[in-house]
Ligand binder design. Structure first.
Ligand code: NAG
Ligand code: NAG
Ligand code: NAG
Ligand code: NAG
Ligand code: NAG
Ligand code: NAG
Ligand code: NAG
Ligand code: NAG
Ligand code: NAG
Ligand code: NAG
Ligand code: NAG
Ligand code: NAG
Length: 784
């Protein structure tokens, strides 16, 4: 009997489910169904993530939810979460007005759709039932409509990653049920509304990366607060002491000054603090004291780097066993580091770099750091003193100990760091060669900096067992022998200032971003991989023994910004494909044996800031490739070549030109009138600087310039500036440097080249003087 009853029941259930499946119990409301279809047609990208809507039962459609009794649509999820970097761009969408007929919506998510050039529609304020509204990543522009303030049922509101500007509307204070508010990554400015304190239920407030000012009032329920990347000034307000539930606080990248309030340390629920990139001063000792009194079992993360904390090193480490992340880097701490640091057994990341810390770091400092994963103690005045047979209790992926007095031996304990891929032991007085075992570790993604030591010896012929070298800085050592073959990945290579010899491996530049092999004894020719390297932004091969011609294979796609092959024995012509380098900012071909004319294609390199072709055998006139198109050009040196013809007057039309050196060529004729210094400038005498006539005739000297003056001066001169060369006198001349050419010292920011040139004046507190040629020689003049 019982079985029959069960059978009946099962049959009944089967019927019920069949009814549901066949849709005869239709829930969907016809009007809302039509509205949904119209709304969907406005979001074309959604077709990639939602299956097509079939049938009439809209409540069963993908992305739609209904109230099971009334049948009203209460949920609509059109989120399009395709990562942008996959190259999938969302097609332009429209918000159909029928959306606002779905009055019962509680949940609306259209994040990630492309509503660029639209504003957030104010009509959203009519959807008063909304509890969850996600409009993030929609490229919305304009201001936040005040109507959003009528959504008093809202618990979750995200407008992050749009292009919203203007202020936070005052009407937001009516959102009294709001628990989560995210306005990050917009262009919202102005003060945080004063009565934001009315949002008593708010738990997460993310305002990062806007231009918001002001302070946070009295949000006692707040658990997570992120205000990083704004323009908040002044001190951390004392009212923070009321935020007893606060768990995460990030106010990095603002302009916060003053002391760190002790009260912050007494917020025992606070486990993550990020105050980095501000100007907070004073001591951190009291703060850590407070913190150590809390009895809560959560991991702690304290990111305080890039501030102006000074004074003593905090030390209550016996009681801070929960500390997982500690970054005090780039501050002004000037104490010694207590050995109790070694008790932080939970610590995974430790950075103390770039302070004024003193004293010894011993094995005790690491005694119980068994979880340490990343450490940076570089750039202090510390001495790491551990025994030769020390075995670190941790296995780290990154160890940075630049300037830590590790030498003269290569640290043997590195051998036991089996997962290490980032090692900085630069400037440590190490005079060993690399131990053989070092090259057999073959870790992937190697980032190694051993620069500024006295290391010697040869490298293996191949480092190809290291899968993907990312950074190798061997500069300023005494290495010799060949440059090894390597497998690179967007790598930064710096082999400069050693005694490497032999040829440059042919494919070296293929996967490098930056490559400096300068100041070695390399010979052979320049491999064509300098043209074909896809990511190459800078190459410095200066001061070697390279010969042959410059490869003629540069391409339009190239990212190359800096090219320095100065002081070699290169011959032949300047390749015309050089003109394809549209990003090229700084080109140094000086001190070679290049001949022929300068290719006219050069005028396409409109990003150029510095051209140094001096001391070659270049000839022809300069008219054909120079002109105001090179509107960023600040330095042009053609000194000591065989250029002929007249000096084109359009040189004076070059808007940014500050330094022009044409001396020692075969130019003829007179200076174009636009160069006439005296008619254009009386500022110099007003500034009280001297103008002297040189006895050899025609050369003007300015003397007594204060460092820095040169730029002000040439700014004043505007387009008609003309300098032939700079000389450094005083101390630098005494040091035998004499005339300083426009080479060396540049970085990816090639404007530095210009500044560097004058640095020679300011560093040595002497003065520079400039030769100004009135009559730029003068046919027949000889190269010196
Ligand atoms: C955008 O539209 C184009 C052409 O209509 C289509 O090929 C592409 O897949 C669409 N992209 C998305 C993300 O829907
Ligand atoms: C949005 O659509 C516009 C117009 O089709 C397009 O120009 C833009 O690149 C798109 N933006 C994104 C992020 O897909
Ligand atoms: C940001 O907003 C300010 C005005 O508040 C405006 O001047 C600026 O152009 C905006 N920036 C962007 C990137 O939209
Ligand atoms: C903050 O809230 C507390 C308790 O709700 C209240 O006593 C205090 O006066 C408020 N302070 C401010 C500055 O509004
Ligand atoms: C920390 O937060 C919890 C709830 O999240 C709360 O019960 C507790 O009182 C808070 N602790 C302190 C010290 O305020
Ligand atoms: C602190 O914030 C900065 C950005 O402002 C971020 O780069 C850094 O990773 C944050 N620190 C931690 C520990 O998350
Ligand atoms: C940063 O704060 C200092 C004073 O603490 C102030 O002088 C300066 O103007 C502020 N900078 C900005 C950009 O607001
Ligand atoms: C290291 O930690 C262990 C357990 O966490 C503890 O027993 C030991 O005393 C600690 N040693 C030192 C030197 O702090
Ligand atoms: C480094 O510390 C030593 C003493 O430990 C001191 O003699 C030296 O002057 C300090 N150097 C710098 C640059 O502070
Ligand atoms: C450290 O390296 C030595 C030599 O390779 C090895 O014998 C020892 O087991 C290693 N110890 C640890 C803890 O990895
Ligand atoms: C290599 O190290 C030197 C000196 O420490 C530094 O000046 C240079 O910028 C570094 N090179 C790279 C590519 O990081
Ligand atoms: C490079 O120099 C070495 C000696 O250091 C010499 O044997 C070799 O022939 C030179 N190669 C070229 C191409 O000049």
């Amino acid at each position: 009997m019982a079985t029959a009853a069960i059978l009946k029941l099962l049959l009944y259930l089967f019927w019920i489910s069949l009814l549901f499946l066949s849709g005869s119990l239709q829930l969907c409301i016809e009007e809302e169904r039509k509205a949904l279809l119209s709304v969907r047609s406005g979001f074309p990208s959604v077709d990639r993530v939602l299956s097509p809507w079939k049938g009439n039962e809209c409540c069963s459609w993908n992305g739609v939810g209904c109230n099971s009794i009334t049948g009203h649509v209460i949920k609509l999820d059109f989120s399009f979460r395709y990562p942008l970097h996959r190259g999938i761009f969302s097609n332009r969408s429209e918000v159909h007005p029928l959306l606002f007929h779905l009055k019962h919506l509680k949940y609306l998510d259209i994040s990630g759709n492309n509503l660029s050039s639209h504003q957030i529609p104010g009509s959203i304020g009519s959807l008063t039932q909304l509890q969850h509204l996600d409009l993030s990543g929609c490229w919305f522009q304009g201001e936040i409509p005040y109507q959003l303030g009528s959504l008093s049922n809202l618990r979750y509101l995200s407008l992050s990653f749009n292009e919203i500007s203007g202020q936070i509307p005052a009407s937001f204070v009516h959102l009294s049920n709001l628990q989560f508010l995210d306005l990050s990554y917009n262009n919202i400015s102005g003060e945080i509304p004063e009565d934001i304190g009315n949002l008593r239920n708010i738990e997460c407030l993310f305002f990062c990366y806007n231009q918001i000012e002001g302070t946070i009032g009295n949000l006692t329920a707040l658990q997570k607060l992120d205000l990083s990347g704004n323009q908040i000034n002044g001190k951390i307000p004392d009212s923070m002491r009321n935020l007893l539930q606060l768990d995460v606080l990030s106010i990095s990248q603002n302009n916060i000054s003053g002391l760190i309030p002790d009260a912050l340390g007494s917020l025992c629920n606070l486990s993550t603090i990020n105050l980095s990139y501000n100007s907070i001063t004073g001591s951190v000792v009291e703060f850590f004291e407070q913190l150590s009194r809390c009895r809560i079992n959560k991991g702690l993360s304290h990111d305080l780097h890039d501030n102006q904390f000074s004074g003593l090193f905090p030390s209550p480490f016996e009681r801070l066993q929960r500390l997982v992340f500690l970054d005090l880097g780039s501050n002004q701490l000037s104490d010694s580091v207590p050995a109790s640091l070694g008790k932080l057994s939970a610590l995974m990341t430790l950075s103390l770099c770039s302070n004024y810390l003193v004293g010894d770091i011993t094995e005790a400092h690491f005694a119980n750091l068994t979880n340490l994963y990343y450490m940076d103690i570089s750039d202090n005045n510390l001495s790491v003193k551990v025994s030769q047979d020390w075995l670190p209790p941790f296995q780290a992926v990154g160890i940075r100990m630049g300037s830590c007095n590790l030498g003269p031996r290569f640290p043997p304990w590195v051998r036991n760091q089996t997962i290490l891929n980032e090692l900085d032991i630069s400037n440590n007085g190490i005079s060993d060669a690399f131990p053989d075992w070092f090259w057999s570790s073959c870790t992937s993604n190697l980032e190694l900096d051993v620069s500024q030591n006295h290391m010697r010896g040869m490298l293996p012929r191949s480092l190809e067992c290291f899968k993907d070298v990312c950074k190798l800085n061997l500069s300023y050592n005494n290495f010799e022998g060949f440059i090894p073959r390597m497998q690179l990945s967007d790598a930064y290579l710096d082999f400069s200032y050693n005694s490497f010899s032999g040829p440059i491996p042919s494919s070296l530049a293929d996967n490098a971003v930056y490559m400096s092999l300068s100041n070695n004894k390399l010979n052979g020719s320049i491999p064509s991989s300098v043209c074909t390297g896809n990511f190459l932004e800078g190459i410095d091969l200066g001061n070697n023994d390279l010969s042959g011609t410059l490869p003629d294979c540069f391409r339009y796609e190239s990212e190359l910004m800096i090219l320095d092959v100065s002081n070699n024995k290169l011959s032949g012509r300047i390749p015309s494909t050089l003109g394809f380098l549209r990003r090229l900012q700084s080109v140094h071909l000086n001190h070679n044996r290049l001949s022929g004319t300068i290719p006219t294609t050069l005028i396409q390199c409109i990003a150029l800031v510095v051209i140094d072709f001096s001391w070659n055998e270049l000839s022809g006139d300069i008219l054909s490739w120079i002109g105001p198109e090179l509107s960023s050009l600040r330095v042009l040196s053609l000194r000591s070549n065989k250029f002929t013809g007249e000096i084109p007057s359009k040189l004076s039309l070059m808007p940014s030109l500050q330094i022009l050196d044409l001396a020692h060529n075969l130019f003829s004729g007179l200076l174009p009138p636009s160069f006439d210094y005296q008619t254009n400038n009386d500022g110099v005498t007003e500034e009280g600087h001297m103008l002297e006539d040189d006895e050899d005739g025609g050369i003007w000297y300015f003397s007594g310039f204060a460092p820095g003056f040169i730029f002000g001066f040439w700014g004043f001169m505007g387009g008609s500036s003309l300098v032939l060369t700079t000389k450094c006198t005083g101390e630098e001349a005494k040091n035998g440097e004499g005339e300083r050419q426009l080479t060396g010292g540049w970085t990816a920011d090639s404007s530095y080249a210009v500044e560097n040139m004058c640095l020679c004046c300011s560093i040595f507190h002497s003065w520079c003087f400039m030769e100004l040629a009135r009559k730029v020689s003068i046919s027949g003049s000889q190269r010196s």
